[in-house]
Design a protein around this ligand. Structure first.
Ligand code: DQA
Length: 152
């Protein structure tokens, strides 16, 4: 059995990765993630089990985060999409569930032209942020979650 069980959680408009605005979000889909995790973690990749969930609805994301707490998952790599910038409800959820979370973005939100994208409501409640590396952002978030547990 894997040592760590992590949830890769994707919010709105992230169900068709690889097809949506590839000039911004890249051409890879979530199926590219296992190979990237292996590349980043090397022999340690076997220590990690990844669960996946995507929803376009805020409530379903909150329900899945609450379930992650009940399941005792070791962490969440969370791309909340546009809810990052708008959702007090997701921030409230992350504030109490006690599951370490890394905020993930494919694009470098700080370098995007819309000022709203530079604001994160969930950022206060995560252990860190990875943005701008396409699908690799998720793999780096997984690596950060492993490291978070191993420095405890
Ligand atoms: C995103 C950035 C958000 O601003 C945007 O709304 C998304 C994707 C990213 O992965 O770069 O849907 O989270």
């Amino acid at each position: 059995m894997a040592r760590y069980r992590f949830l890769v959680l994707n919010g709105p408009n992230l169900g068709a990765l690889g097809k949506r605005q590839p000039e911004i979000y890249g051409t890879s889909g979530m199926n590219a993630l296992p190979a990237l995790v292996e590349k980043v973690l090397g022999a340690r990749a076997g220590d990690v089990e990844l669960l996946h969930f995507q929803s376009n609805s805020e409530g379903a994301l909150i329900d899945r985060l609450e379930l992650a707490r009940e399941e005792g998952l070791h962490g969440v790599a969370f791309n909340a999409g546009a809810y990052t910038h708008t959702s007090l409800a997701l921030a409230d959820c992350l504030a109490w569930i006690g599951v370490p979370c890394v905020e993930v973005h494919l694009s470098n939100v700080l370098a995007r032209s819309e000022p709203l994208r530079q604001k994160s409501h969930i950022g206060r409640h995560v252990i860190g942020v990875v943005a701008g590396f396409g699908m690799l952002s998720y793999a780096l978030a997984i690596q950060a979650l492993v490291q978070h547990h191993e420095k405890e």
